[in-house]
Design a protein around this ligand. Structure first.
Ligand code: CTP
Ligand code: MG
Length: 178
């Protein structure tokens, strides 16, 4: 149980960027409206420059709030790291999450899945795998993300996604429970 809570805590800088993109996104699409060689959009209108930047900054902001909460409640996960190592790690988690989110859209468009339509597993795991790949380039990654934590992240992320969506549906924030 503690490991699950710790995994969620460590992954918040990768989980939250897409929410910032939803709130602050819009404007010029990342692919500038261009099509790929298959004649379909490279990424589609759901991936915007402003959303990407807001997502990365939002993830970094959340990580700083986590540092604050760790200090107030007196536990050390992210605050164990030296500040520059912390900053590098959470930047890579947030940037990787947004890059992975875009890669997911690239793959969806190649399969002919329209913008906004769901593609189970891909929608929930691509961002996480790319966030891991980017973050693993930080020297601090291994001290916090043990193989066990990494695996728990892969298992719980689709389940969390489902749980959050069901709650949003019950609260009538969403039209469908997925
Ligand atoms: N968003 C954005 N820029 C990003 C990512 C997301 O502006 N880089 C905004 C868009 O308004 C998008 C919404 O957040 O519609 C929801 O994000 P997401 O579910 O990732 O995009 P979809 O619209 O579902 O598009 P896709 O099918 O390509 O995933
Ligand atoms: Mg979507």
């Amino acid at each position: 149980m503690f490991d699950i809570a710790k995994t969620i805590w460590l992954l918040l800088p990768a989980y939250t960027p897409n929410n910032f993109a939803v709130v602050f996104g819009g404007g010029t699409p990342l692919d500038f409206g261009k099509n790929f060689i298959d004649g379909k959009r490279i990424l589609g209108d759901g991936k915007t420059i402003r959303g990407f930047v807001a997502g990365v900054l939002g993830g970094i902001l959340v990580a700083h709030l986590q540092l604050l909460i760790e200090r107030i409640l007196g536990f050390q996960i992210y605050s164990k790291l030296q500040y520059h190592q912390f900053l590098q790690l959470v930047f890579l988690l947030a940037f990787g999450a947004m890059a992975g989110d875009s890669l997911g859209s690239f793959i969806k468009r190649r399969f002919g899945v329209e913008r906004g339509k769901c593609f189970p597993i891909l929608d929930q795991l691509t961002f996480l795998l790319v966030a891991y790949a980017f973050a693993s380039q930080s020297p601090a990654f291994g001290s916090l993300f043990t193989p066990k934590i990494i695996l728990i992240g892969i298992v719980i992320t689709p389940l969390l996604h489902l749980a959050v969506n069901v709650v949003a549906y019950v609260l009538k924030l969403k039209e469908v429970p997925w």
